[in-house]
Design a binder for this molecule. Structure first.
Ligand SMILES: Cc1cc2nc3c(=O)[nH]c(=O)nc-3n(C[C@H](O)[C@H](O)[C@H](O)COP(=O)(O)O)c2cc1C
Length: 371
């Protein structure tokens, strides 16, 4: 029997198995970026998985690049997350929330007072779209707006916003938080020297400079909630939202791996974007990252049962994360374990709407009738 379905001790967290639900934005929040009334049901339906990471959750009003995403900066938002964490814990699950700032992947229609989005740079992300409002007021994919570079002082303010959201997360009952350092959003806009053209302490052309924002934020969050409740998601070699590859990728991420090890964080979650149009993560890079990072390692991106078992059994990763398959298969863990069919999801229901395509997927039954 593969270790995939066996319990795993992830730092101080006892996981029922080595399967994680990757963060999935579903754009169903209520006005005020308050999690949907259906979110407790949605997440508890999926709580048989060892670890749930919530959808990207905004840390402040200016962190938003997509309409109808939940946040964690107001009391109302915090209160609405409590039934979610309770519902997951009642089923024995462990749940982290993904804390998110989109940086320049945003349109003025999702910014306070239609202000310019903020980033490490004032250069616009080429060929990139966010989910905002068109000029006629219709919700749609719109070209991102030109950003404004954060001042040095403002960078520290964003760190404070992450800390505030992390404290709120713990108060809302989450087991921990995952900093969203992947997929071309704000943290990666600092990490990538082809994007980060700053000249201050957070400059992109030195290793210490480009990693400073992430590491300072990590340290501030650890000081607030503890290393065992703090994690990071990264997508080395990913190129989403105009984040071109650069020669120092390996040096940058292996340095981060060492720094994460020293801090003893809960886990690192890598996303391989090769199934989403970027060049893949080289196999030897994963092995090197593994050698540098001593904690629990999660990998997402085109996972199958076979690939997950092989990577866990050969000790390349500890936990396998699945994203899209969790949308139409709330009982994904049972389906993987029993080799039952895995339903594909219709992309039209991924973002926005109500219960349809969100909480109305049946569990598997041999007769094809909902359980
Ligand atoms: C509908 C949808 C929403 C997503 N939202 C997020 C998100 O909020 N944060 C994030 O880090 N990744 C997000 N992702 C990426 C997934 O977490 C995952 O890494 C990716 O889908 C690859 O895994 P998969 O091949 O198992 O789907 C999203 C993916 C999909 C399909």
């Amino acid at each position: 029997m593969s270790r995939l379905f066996e319990p795993f001790a992830m730092g101080g967290h006892e996981l029922a198995n080595r399967i994680a639900m990757a963060p999935l934005t579903r754009s169903r929040a209520r006005p005020g970026n308050v999690p949907s009334d259906l979110a407790p049901l949605y997440y508890s339906q999926r709580a048989e998985t060892g670890l749930i990471v919530t959808e990207g959750t905004a840390i402040s009003p200016s962190a938003i690049g997509y309409l109808d995403v939940p946040g964690l900066w107001t009391t109302e938002q915090l209160e609405a997350w409590k039934p979610v964490t309770k519902a997951v814990h009642d089923r024995g699950g462990v749940i982290f929330t993904q804390l998110w700032h989109v940086g320049r992947v945003s349109h003025v229609s999702t910014q306070p007072d239609r202000a310019a989005p903020v980033s490490s740079t004032a250069r616009i992300a080429a060929d990139s779209q966010a989910f905002g409002l068109r000029d006629d007021g219709m919700a749609a994919l719109v070209d991102v707006s030109k950003p404004r570079a954060l001042t040095t002082e403002e960078v520290r303010g964003v760190t404070e916003d992450f800390v505030n959201a992390a404290r709120n997360a713990i108060e809302a009952g989450f087991d921990g938080i995952e900093l969203h350092g992947a997929n071309g959003y704000l943290i990666e806009q600092f990490l990538n020297p082809n994007v980060n053209d700053r000249t201050d302490a957070y400059r992109g052309d030195t290793l210490e400079g480009r990693t400073r924002f992430l590491l300072e934020t990590l340290d501030a969050v650890i000081a607030a909630i503890g290393a065992e409740r703090t994690a990071v998601r990264l997508s080395p070699y990913g190129q989403l939202f105009d984040n071109p590859v650069y020669p120092e990728i390996e040096e940058t991420y292996l340095y981060l791996a060492d720094e994460f090890s020293r801090r003893g964080i809960a886990y690192v979650h890598l996303m391989d974007q090769s199934t989403r149009g970027s060049s893949g993560t080289p196999a030897d890079f994963l092995a090197k990252f593994r050698a540098h990072f001593k904690g629990s390692l999660i990998l997402a991106g085109g996972m199958t049962r076979e690939r997950a078992e092989e990577m866990i059994d050969t000790n390349i990763i500890d936990i396998a994360a699945f994203g899209e398959p969790f949308i139409a298969n709330p009982d994904l863990v049972a389906r993987l374990r029993n080799r039952w069919p895995i339903e594909r999801s219709d992309h039209a229901i991924h973002y926005g709407g109500g219960a349809r395509g969100y909480t109305d997927f049946p569990e598997y039954s041999a007769e094809g009738v909902s359980a």
